[in-house]
Structure formats: structure tokens, C-alpha cells
Design a binder for this molecule. Structure first.
Ligand code: GLU
Length: 416
């Protein structure tokens, strides 16, 4: 089955479980599942190839899932696998995330089916600006606020902010995850990984895993994976394996994260990191460890490899890394899973803080951002864990239940 189907099926399965528990009827379910609007565009870019200029067209998407609780909110992904099915599932997930952490936003997601590694800086800028031009009628500071995701970064947000501001006046709050110089929030870049580490540590304590006796494996060393590694290492955890798209590196005695960051800055890849042996991305997931952090793409843990996973705790830094079949197998074996909508919610939470600072034209310092982030994440986790214990359900089911309840209530209050 291809990835987009697995994503949608996995999402549907988790939601149906929560819908059943909440005793929601057919039409209510349909309303909560359907997108408010799905937009598909063609993004033309002139690419320089073998010294010649050629026109290419890329497919772009924005799915606005639900805005009952506030403007649509969610990232933009530049990746070759992007398609409407995947973006639709991810847009829904944003609705549950913003509701779970109780910020006044709905959920959306967008992206372009493109490999950004194949574009030079000028081409990437053209792609970002054109995408923004075509999406301008449906986004807005109080309508829909994009942010970075896989393959996009603060520079892409800066180009979009500039493009949008050409026709709307200076609108810093139109995107979040911007460079700090343009109104980005201190702490936003590291917020997702910082939050993943904060929650991993909180949940680890509940199953008697201490930092000094816990080996951590992290799949994916992009913005989220690398900041998770930095934050977990600073809490005293031993990071024994890391990976990027080219493969993984292992050192049983622990990898120095500063060393890995320097290596990647110089070589563009983790491959060849001194003191480490290499491992494939698939084998990395099956290494003996206490904590496993999938921080790459969707559906990396499936029924095919779930039986070989040795970790006691899985923290979903990526969106939808564990399929529903794998989730069932792992839960049966007593593996604790911190679900994506809770584990990586620090990213959109910091985006909310950025938006608030932009609207008030009043920046906060990094300590304030991270202290607020930590305390709200702790409160959110406590609420999820109380419900899970009361009802004897897993963390994912409890998180979905809390989130769906809030969205369903808002939909009812608003009367649509
Ligand atoms: N792309 C991130 C996510 O999947 C952040 C979204 C945002 O900040 O709006 O949660």
C-alpha cells in the first residue's frame, strides 16, 4: 500500500476509535472528517539545467481542514511524495493538535511535490514566491497562517512574508517560523525538538527510565531530530544512534551531538561520523535501546518491522510515523507511545506564541517563550495522562478524545 493510503487509513482508524468512545453519530463524524476547502495549484518555475533555462510546473496544495476554534494553521512541506491524500491527513492532524494544546487555531497543511535538494537558491525562491502568490486569496493573518515543515525553513517563510506583503502591506503575522530578524519568535526553531525532549523525559519518568540508564535512538536529523538530540543530551540521556536520509551512525558508548552537528555542517551528511559504525535507516529502528524517536517521515514503523522494535518508549517526533497496525502490536507488547499530536505539538505552540507577539508588536525573550512552552506542554500531558488512567486507554486514544471533544463542541456552539 502506498504511503498516502497508509496515512489516511491510520488516521481514520485512530479517529474512529475515539469517535466510538465519544458516541458520535454518522453526520457528526462526517463533519469532523471533511475538509473545509482543498486547493490545488500549478506552480511554474524556470529551472536552469545544463546551462539552459527550462520551464517546469510543480503541483501545490493547501488543505484547510477545520477552523471552528480559530484561523487555519499548519506547515508547508516541500517533498517529492507530497500529494493531496497526504496533505489532507496532515491537515486533519493539525486540527487535533491545536485543539489538544488548546490554542485558538484550526488545522491546515500545504505543500509542493518537489525535491528542494534539486533546486538552487534562486529556483527555490521563485517556487516559494509563486506558491504564495497563488495561495494569497485563501491565506491571511486571521484566515490561515502557514509555517515550516519538512523541506521548508525560515528563509522560505521570509520569501513568503515578503511576497504577501507586496500586496497587503507589511504583514509579519502571515507566516510563523520566520527568521527572528523579521518578527520570528526566539525559541521557535528549536521548539518542536525541545518539546519532544520535554515530553519524552516526563513520560520516561513514569515508566522508571532514568536518563543515565536510557539509550536513545533518533531517526532523522533535520530541525526536529537535531534539536531533540540536543535537548535530550542536555538532560543526560545517552544518544547511541542518529540518522539522516543517507543512513545512520551508531556508537554504543554515546554520540557527542556537537560533534555530529559539526560533521553535518561540514559534510552535509552524518555518514562517516568518526567513532561510529554505520547502519541502515531500517536497521536503526531495531537497535536495542530504551527510547526510540522517529523524527523523519510517516509510516516508518509498520506491521513489517513492529515486532523487531526493542524500545520501551516511542516518542513520535514526526507526524504519523507509526501505522495503526504497528501501534496495536506495540501496545500489546506494553511499549509506551507518545503520539504525534502530543509529542511534536511544541512546534505549533511556539508558532502560536510567535503570532501573538506579531499581533501585539511585542517580542518576548527566549526564556519566556520556552518557559511558557514547557508549562503548557506539561499541563497538556497531565490532562491526557489523567484521562488515559481514568479510562484505562492509551495516550493516543486519550489525546484524540480530548482534542475531538473540543473541536466538536466548538462546531456545535458556532452552529454549523
Ligand atoms: N509543521 C509543524 C507541524 O506539523 C508546525 C506547524 C505550525 O507551526 O503551524 O506541527
Amino acid at each position: 500500500m502506498d504511503k498516502k493510503c497508509i496515512c489516511q487509513e491510520t488516521q481514520r482508524h485512530f479517529l474512529n476509535k475515539a469517535f466510538d468512545r465519544l458516541k458520535l453519530k454518522g453526520a457528526q463524524r462526517e463533519l469532523l472528517l471533511s475538509s473545509f476547502r482543498e486547493t490545488r495549484i500549478t506552480v511554474p518555475v524556470t529551472l536552469r539545467h545544463n546551462g539552459e533555462n527550462t520551464l517546469h510546473t510543480f503541483q501545490g496544495y493547501r488543505v484547510q481542514h477545520n477552523h471552528a476554534r480559530g484561523p487555519f494553521k499548519g506547515g508547508l512541506r516541500f517533498h517529492p511524495d507530497v500529494n493531496m491524500g497526504e496533505i489532507r491527513a496532515l491537515a486533519q492532524l493539525m486540527t487535533w493538535k491545536t485543539a489538544l494544546v488548546d490554542i485558538p487555531f484550526g488545522g491546515a497543511k500545504g505543500g509542493v511535490s518537489v525535491d528542494p535538494q534539486q533546486l538552487n537558491e534562486t529556483e527555490l525562491e521563485e517556487l516559494s514566491r509563486r506558491f504564495c502568490q497563488k495561495m494569497a486569496p485563501i491565506i491571511g493573518v486571521h484566515e490561515d497562517i502557514p509555517a515550516p515543515d519538512i523541506g521548508t525553513n525560515p528563509q522560505v517563510m521570509a520569501w513568503m512574508l515578503d511576497e504577501y506583503s507586496k500586496t497587503h502591506g507589511y504583514r509579519t503575522a502571515i507566516v510563523t517560523g520566520k527568521p527572528v530578524e523579521l518578527g520570528g519568535s526566539a525559541g521557535r526553531l528549536e521548539a518542536t525538538g525541545y518539546g519532544v525532549a520535554h515530553l519524552a523525559h516526563k513520560v520516561a519518568e513514569t515508566i522508571s527510565l532514568t536518563p543515565e540508564h536510557s539509550r536513545v535512538v533518533i531517526q532523522g536529523f533535520g530541525n526536529v531530530g537535531s534539536h531533540t538530540a540536543i535537548a535530550l543530551a542536555s538532560k543526560g540521556y545517552k544518544i547511541i544512534a542518529l540518522s539522516d536520509v543517507n543512513g545512520g551512525v551508531v556508537n554504543e558508548t554515546g554520540i557527542l551531538i556537537d560533534h555530529a552537528l559539526r560533521h553535518i555542517a561540514e559534510n552535509g551528511t552524518l555518514t562517516g561520523l568518526s567513532g561510529c559504525s554505520s547502519v541502515s535507516n531500517a536497521d536503526l529502528l531495531e537497535l536495542p535501546c530504551e527510547i526510540l524517536v522517529p523524527a523523519a517521515l510517516e509510516a516508518t514503523i509498520t506491521c513489517d518491522n513492529a515486532g523487531a522494535i526493542q524500545a520501551k518508549l516511542i516518542v513520535e517526533a514526526a507526524n504519523m510515523p507509526v501505522t495503526h497496525g504497528a501501534d496495536e502490536q506495540l501496545q500489546q507488547r506494553g511499549v509506551v507511545i507518545v503520539p504525534d499530536l502530543l509529542a511534536n505539538v511544541g512546534g505549533v505552540l511556539a508558532s502560536y506564541y510567535e503570532w501573538v507577539q506579531n499581533l501585539q508588536q511585542f517580542p518576548w525573550d527566549r526564556e519566556t517563550v520556552l518557559a511558557r512552552l514547557e508549562s503548557r506542554l506539561s499541563r497538556t500531558y497531565d490532562a491526557v495522562s489523567v484521562l488515559a488512567n481514568e479510562q484505562q486507554i492509551d495516550l493516543r486514544c486519550a489525546a484524540y478524545e480530548l482534542a475531538i471533544r473540543r473541536v466538536e463542541h466548538a462546531v456545535r456552539l458556532r452552529g454549523f
